[in-house]
Design a protein around this ligand. Sequence first.
Ligand code: ZN
Length: 350
Amino acid sequence: MITADIIRQMPKVLLHEHLDCSLRTSTMLRLWEKRGFDSGESDFPKTVLMLWQKGEREAAADAFQDYLAAEASRSLTGYINAINHFVVPLLQTEENIRLVTQERIADAVADGVSAMELRYAPQLSTIEGLSLAKVMDAIVEGVESSPIPVNLTLCCLRHENGQVAKSLADIALSYKQVTAFDLAADESAFPGVLDWWLKEADRVREHGITPTIHLGETNSVSDADIQKLIDHKIGRIGHGIRILENQDEGNYCFEVCPTSNVTTGQVKDLSQHPVNRHLQEGRRVALSTDGTLFNKTNLTNEYWKMHQTFAWGMPEFQKILGNAIDASTFDQNEKQRLHKAVTEFCSVTK
Ligand SMILES: [Zn+2]
């Protein structure tokens, strides 16, 4: 009998989560209070402010999360605006970056995550003067005290260009904690496997960093793009829910984030999510959150929803966890340790 608590205890591996989409709303409100709620950068919902000022902190944090989730699910523009207005201004000091990194890891540990890859576009934190290196130092400091292994992924954003990608590739190569190099953001406005990103992805791959790409999340994927993935040995795809059966020759690992796809309106509800078909047809699926803030989720919750919607049990969980471990950027010793923990857990709780 599978319960949410058993799933929480399962030693789960998280491959795909954005730091800027995974803050605690209680922390956000505290940091906003320090910064000034009426700094002109954000238009705080009145109910949240009222509760916060009355000292009802928990209720204010909950109302804020409801508000942000609603904004994010309104439209892609609403989602991006919510990040830009409410999150990005808080990530402009080393102290805050370090804090949210530490908190995110603590929450993942409480969620039963045994190893995680955390991703961020550090250029978002350079708006008020921090250098990329200072941003990275703060994240690395946040990771240093982690009780679980945490690797970092740097994200190029689709609306950027080769210049930005080059500086991100340079910075990725100078931090041993960075093990993956991603392309993220608005696929519908800037679709496909972008050549300026590919050039830098090739460069970091030669130094052992794994390129990963958000693809097939909002758009179908052309055969030319599939060929690029094969030619450039890109084996990890964020979402990939629109990639077709006959396009899977690369045997990719799909970092599927079911709730996120519902939030952004890509899938009407979970029962219609292709993740179950992907798994049944033998594709390499791994479950992730994409982010906890706007999706109001965590990894336990994603697994639990798959159990409730598609009756996934231990065999399915063991399979997707194995996929996540194999596709991860952890070293062979770490992978062996993670595999062993999963096998032991699943055999005891079968
Ligand atoms: Zn993502």
